[in-house]
Write a new protein. Sequence first.
Length: 280
Amino acid sequence: MGIDAWVPRIAAPYAPVAVFIPYADQTLEVPIAGTPEEATVPPIPADVIPAVETPAPVPFPQPQPQFVPEPEPPPPILPPVPNPVAMPPPGIPCPHNWDDLAAQVVACTACPLHLTRTQTVFGVGDREARWMFIGEAPGEQEDLQGEPFVGRAGQLLNEMIRAIGLKREEVYIANILKCRPPKNRDPAPEEAAACENYLKAQLALVRPDIIVAVGRIAAQNLLKTATPIGKLRGQVYAYQEIPLVVTFHPAYLLRSQTEKRRAWDDLKLALRTFRQRQQQ
Ligand code: SF4
């Protein structure tokens, strides 16, 4: 084994030379063979070389575990609405406070329905409700009383609301139209488009956690689709980024009592969706 030692030049061959052995920490007399030019240092006796302790391995820095947040539960699946209809033109601009909004609706002449209404039907209920029920348009009694969902259909809607553990006063109820179409005909697309911003303004003020679209007309207008209500039921959609579930109109349920079971299925879906949103 070679040694990294400094050897001074010597005057004569074979003369012992004092050599400092660094890792032996001592000076030894060692004979030098050959001429000064050929001088080599013989091997150092093993017993003068201290055992070199093998240093303990330095642990390689281990990567610190990264904080991995708990994965969030997936949001509810909101499938695209099939069979879309043409998008209506943007409605009229609306104020975003209750008093100004109600005053604007009362004075509204944005569509021909203002010519035949008795009064506008703005909406009723808790303005901070978590649930919002949206129907289509005022009927005869609503037009007379100025309140949505009155009469027998209104009483059945109240029962549906009670079935989910709430009272009528604890939800907010509105229609897509604030004025009654003559002879309770279906709303025309341009009437629904003209009135939609009032509903959007109400939604922005109430900020409910879930919407129940009550009846075919409401569902198709809110979802901008011509798909029959039978195919719209049973799924969760979104309107203004709020989950929306479709169910039958209580006036239809009064004529088709056997459909009440399916309406209850819709309300159970709405309840599940509502509770899921509460946990997020
Ligand atoms: S239905 Fe709506 S847009 Fe038409 S006049 Fe009444 S409030 Fe105005």
